[in-house]
Write a protein that binds this ligand. Sequence first.
Ligand code: NAD
Length: 265
Amino acid sequence: MPQLGFGVWQVPDAEAERVVGDALEAGYRSVDTAAVYGNERGTGRAVNGSGLPREELFVTTKLWNGPDRRWDRDAVLRAFDDSLGKLGLDHVDLYLIHWPRPMRDDFLTIWKTFEEIAASGRARAVGVSNFRPADLERLGAESSLVPAVNQIELHPLFPQPELRALHARLGIATEAWSPLGQGKELLELPAVAAVAAKHGRSAAQVVLRWHLQLGTIVIPKSVTPSRIRENLDVFGFELDAEDLAALDALGADGRRIGPDPAVFD
Ligand code: NAD
């Protein structure tokens, strides 16, 4: 899986083909979508129309295990078929459980079906998203299949060191969602601007560099061609220990932007 990929949350389906097409043209080879984003069709059209060999592309989608259904085996298999159909693909590279929804107590049932999907080869790998330590431990107690990744909110304002350490111990790759903090407050902070000025780079670029040097997988989103290219152009410089310490200091209080998985349903 490429360490830097492209996220498409909030990209309307009608725009997704153009936006993902721009990203592939710029050099991204990994795309992160989800059933609930409503843009699997446009994303799939860009992937299938890119002219790139399928094996060079890494496509992730996610099961929207929302409260609208009882997530038994059939419902999961139907949702997976639906995603593949919309994407126009015969397999995805990674299929994720979008949220643990611990109050529903059904992610173990879902995971058993994910084991089946992985064994069929229609998802080359399966993983989870927004899982907390307790959720990962429950999964580990019931299944010998370790999630390939846990995709979690992660950025300098919410660096999640304990969860990252647990991932390392369990052999789960950490994937950061909202890696730029959704382009809001984080990119305006003086500490980020100072590191950016030192390297002659943008705030977004130094934040992405922080992730890469931490070893996490990142999937920044933009619909703007110049920013799509800018976010990929992060391999020609390196942050030093002082820069990393300045960015690490921003996370001392650990503030989420998105929902808390303990209560999100
Ligand atoms: P992000 O942190 O990638 O920020 C994206 C926003 O930052 C853009 O909309 C734009 O406003 C701004 N931006 C982007 N590039 C910029 C640049 N170079 N300079 C200045 N501003 C820039 O936020 P995100 O979209 O929330 O997260 C990335 C991806 O993570 C999503 O698209 C989605 O694929 C995934 N995601 C997953 C979950 C989950 O529950 N699993 C939740 C949220 C997001």
